[in-house]
Design a protein around this ligand. Structure first.
Ligand SMILES: Cc1ncc(COP(=O)(O)O)c(C=O)c1O
Length: 205
């Protein structure tokens, strides 16, 4: 956004005006003739989607003029089954995307000047949503092998730390955190810190 335009919008939060918006991966990849590439970087599924999805969508077309069920209770009940009943419907929240959940978490927990620990390279919304709340993203970089520096993260925690974002498997590196390392890490976290463990690529891995 040009500076002159910014000045004409005095009501906007400075954190939002100062920041860039998230741009997802490009749509097209140009490859030499005869080479087929299956693009996966924006969660595309080269196998297409399930015929059951098509059937479910077709069955609801006539209801488009009605508000949907905003409790998403059927989805949450299905998730309880998927997790073998270990969790309850109250353990789940639903949204239109993983990014929206990250946005909701940021809004729910972050005040101005709070700190959030991330490890670069990481999924861009972790830092963008943090900044949009006026909070500060503290980077504890990944190691040369793109593993999390979990000890470094523990050392970076202070009284202002509110959230820690860990993605396992990570985007963009693909590494995941071994279970024992994760358990040891969680055991050492102080009570005022909320760990956001993003397993969006669990099924893919
Ligand atoms: C690590 C990570 N978390 C969350 C998301 C959000 O997923 P979506 O908004 O596509 O549901 C992505 C998407 O690229 C991601 O890479």
């Amino acid at each position: 956004m040009a500076k002159s335009t910014r000045n004409m919008q005095p009501g906007f939060k400075k954190y939002i005006l100062e920041d860039s918006t998230y741009k997802g991966g490009g749509k097209k990849i140009v490859m030499p003739d005869g080479v087929t590439v299956h693009k996966l970087s924006s969660n595309e599924n080269p196998l297409g989607y399930s015929p059951k999805v098509k059937e479910a969508l077709a069955n609801t077309l006539d209801d488009l003029s009605l508000y949907p069920d905003n409790t998403d209770i059927r989805l949450r009940e299905a998730l309880v089954k998927d997790f073998d009943g270990v969790l309850t419907v109250d353990n789940f929240i639903t949204a239109n995307s993983g990014s929206e959940i990250i946005d909701m978490i940021s809004k729910a927990f972050l005040n101005e000047d709070d700190e959030v620990i991330v490890s670069q390279p990481c999924f861009l919304p972790y830092t963008a949503f943090t900044r949009w709340m006026g909070a500060k993203a503290i980077n504890v970089p990944m190691t040369e092998d793109y593993d999390y520096n979990l000890d470094g993260i523990l050392e970076a925690i202070n009284d202002r730390t509110k959230l820690i974002f860990l993605a396992s498997p990570n985007n963009p590196s693909g590494n995941y955190i071994p279970l024992t390392d994760l358990r040891n890490f969680i055991d050492k976290l102080p009570d005022h810190v909320v760990l956001v463990l993003d397993e969006v690529y669990r099924h893919f891995a």
